[in-house]
Structures are given as C-alpha cells and as structure tokens.
Write a new protein. Sequence first.
Length: 573
Amino acid sequence: MVNENAPKVGLFLTSFSLICSGLCCIVDEYILAQLSSNILGNPAQQWPVVIGLMLLATGVGAWLAQFVKEENTLRGFITIELILSFLGGFSPLIIMAAYSYAFIHFKLIFYMVSFLIGLLIGFEQPLIATINKKFVGFRSNISMTISLDVLGAAIGTFIWIKFLVGKVEIYHAAFMVTILNLSVALLTYIFLARNSDRSVNGGTKTGVYIAIATVTGLVGMFFAGDIADVAEQQLYTGQIIHKESTPYQRVVLTKNAKTDDVMLFLNGGLQFSSRDEHRYHENLIHPSMLYHKIVNGEKENLEVLVLGGGDGMAVRELHKYPNIGNITLVDLDPAVVRLAKNQSDFLRMNDSSLLRSTVDYLDIDWEYSVEKEVVELPLAEIDADGNNILLAVDTVSVLHADAYTFVEKIVGTGRKFDLIFIDFPDPRNESLGKLYSRYFFSRVNLLLSDGGFLAIQASSPAHAHKAYVCVGKTLTAAGFNVTPYHDNVPSFNEWGWYIGSKSSDRLNMTKLSEQFYAFDGFDVETDYLTPKKHFSNTIFGKDVLEGTEEIKVSTLSNPVVYHYYVTYGWKMR
C-alpha cells in the first residue's frame, strides 16, 4: 500500500521514470536492431542477435546495481541517465562511423555499444525500485516496477511502429530517446535529489552535468544529419544523390561523377548499375517473350504480371512490344516507384516507363494504395518518312502490395496472365524466403494461362550455387517445367534466371531453347542480348547442375533457400 505521508510528486516521478525506462529500453533495442539489419542485412538473424545481446546486458546491469550503496542511489540513477542519454543518442553515428572508417573492427564496436547500452538500461530498474521504497510498500514496489516497465515497453513499441520506423531518420529517433532520458534525469534532480533528506553530494555539479548533457544532445541532434551524411557517403563509391528510410528498407541512389554510373542500393545491397542493368533486364524479359511467340504465335493483347521491378526497367523492356495489352506491376515499397517516376536519372534509365500507368480493371477489394497516373494511349512516334509508328498500346497498373498477399487474393478471382516475371531481391531473409517457396510458386502457377511462361531471377549460380539450384527444384516441385540460364552481368558477376512453363502444357523446354539458334534477333531492339546468346546461356558446366541431389525444395515451414543463401551464398563451389 502507498505510504500516505509520501509526497505525491515522488510517486509520480518514480512511476514516470519506470515507464520511460521501459519505453527507452525497447526503442533503443529496435534502433540498434534496425541499424544492424540495414548495414549487415539478414534482419531475421540480426534482430534476435541484437535484442538478445541487449537483454543479456540488461540482466548483467540489474545484477551489478546491487553494489550501489543506498545513499548513492539518487546520484547513481542520475549519472546512469546522463551516460545513457549520451551513448544512446550518439550510438547510430558511432556505429555508422565505425562501419565507414573501421570496417575490420565494426562488429566488435557495434556489439560493444549494444552491450553497454543494455548494461546501463539494466542499472535503471533496481535503482528506481530502491528510490521507490520511500513511497510504496515492498509488494507494491515489485508489482509496480514490473507492470510500469512493461507498459513503457508497450508504449515504445506503438510509437516505434506508428511514428518512427520509416518516418524518422534513425539517428534522430535515437536523440528523441536521449531527450526522454535527460528529462528523467532533470526531473529527478529537481524534485527528488535537491529536496531529499539524503541530499546528493555535489548537487551543483550534478546540475552542471545535466546542463552539459542537454546542450550536447541538442547540438548532436541538430548536426546529426550532417554527421550521418559524411559517414554514410564513405560506404559508396558514387555520390549519394537520393536517400530515404521507408517502413520496408533503406533506399540509396548514387551517381559516379566521372562515369555517370547510377546505382540503386536497398539496405546496402546493390540492385542495379546503369552501366549494365540492360544485360540483366534483357535476360529477364526477352527470352520468355520469344518462347511465348514460338509456342503461341503472334498473340495480341497479352496480359503480363510483374512481381517486384518497381524501378521500371523490366516494364521499359515490355513497352517495346506492341502486342502487350495490360501490365500489372506489384511492388511493395511506394518509395521506389515514386523515385522511378520522378528522379531524372531514373526516368532516363527506365525511359519513363511507369509514367504510362493507369488503373481501371482490378475488381477486388485492396487494402493497399494504388498509384494512378493516366497518359494518352496509344503511344506513337513519327518515322523518317513522316508515318505514325505504333509503339505500345499497353497500360500499366502499379499496385503497392506484398506479392505473397497479392497472389493469394487474385488467384481467387480466376484472373490469368500470359507472362509472369518475378524480379524479387535475393532470399537473404526469411520474409523473402517465403516468396521462393513451393507453395508460393504453386499459387503463381495457377495464375499462368495455358501456353504461358514465367521468368524469375534466381541469384548467382556461381556464388550462391545451392540457393540457385534450390529455386529451380522448388519451381519444378510447384508444377513448372524449367530451363535454367545464366549470363555475366559485370556489377553482379555471374547471374542466373529460370524460365518455366506449366507442366500440364507438356512443353519440351530444351527443344524450345534450341530453336533460338535459328533467330538472328528478337522482334524488338536490344542493346546486348540475342537469341543465339540466350541459347548459349542455357548451357552450364558440369559443376553447377550435376551432383545436386542433396539440395532440398524450399517450403513455407522449412525455407531452406534462405539457409542456402545465407550459409553458402557468395562462396565459390
């Protein structure tokens, strides 16, 4: 029970401190885990590692707090808050600087900073509980400490999801937590320490320290963006021309001043380079288009589905074909599509392909936003003789949705596509791994019309060999006949794709690929790829596809493609 003679302000302050402790603890953990996954990738591993390490450190800190003498509790608590505010606020900048300038020791520095912050957080609760003994009974003190700390963690989680992640730069979020720590220290100093019957030794010094910490925090928050810009720039060879954090990823666009090479990075991973992206996207699009023509003839108004590909490069290649009717592009992150539709270098690279977008035929209830921008169709140009040449009569529907959810919903509508192109990032985490599962591929199979074709990027057959083979086996298990092929994309080294047809169509994919040798070129202009080159790309050395019996099919319950990629990826066989 609450002591009736205890000052109400003291009880309020300790309650506020407990809530703030839980809130700051969870947000600090989220910040460091997010920063770790942004830099090192593999969030499925980095989040539990960072949070587990900080929880361990919290336990160590709580154990060490018993050695603080009771008469030093107030001063100790204020000191902990000041150190925590400084280290927590500057931690993202320290970690980014370590990655940029001390890469060899980066992990040591990162985990050390994480452990120290967890250690300081662990100190807080026992000290608050000791202070709180003046105001409540023993049993109430224990339940109050636990319940208010958990309440703070719940509030912190809500704030992180609704107001911070993808909306506030991570270093600014860290300084917001710093301000809360400083507020607790300041209020404790004003209302408890200076009025305590066990007054804090050196109270004036404590006030000076709080003032210094406050000024340092404000200065740090003001200049954090500039400091982070300098540190982040060291990670890239080209000049950063655009960057933003979205709820899904860190998006960075760079441009080399000497070569004009433009590169897109998502969570630090290269997505394309303007000097050779045409090799990648021509390999993704044009072979399937020719396969479809060989099997089905000159079919008009083709229905095309593109999963991923928010940069618009794949759609650029599709726009070259006048017999395409509708293109449905499904990409999770609106920021990437927005960049592809507005940034000048992007518009030059993708030939403004996503500016031809309209939505008028989806008849199911979507809970996601849809990009709408209508241009006059058909598109045409004037040839040298003054004649109108029809370029494309297609429309592009850009839908921002999780591809897994989209496929699940649209399968039920009975909608079919003549061609499906899958341009997902590599399966570097478990959430991406589900997009390479047998179940997902089997659902995609239901969307493919008879005589239709699927093409998918599948990482490197040389540097992620097991993951590449796993994708092919999983496609086969999901009901596809597949042809693997590979090519050299200098920015990525050796890269691989698969083309698939429905098993029920009983097509001999090997025989079909052999027919490519009779063609001198595709029906549309390409900068690199020819049919003969594609035929050669379907030929592999013995060490790629042979002797792979032990490689398993990837499923939702056992996403082995993720395991193969993370464990064996980027290691030569």
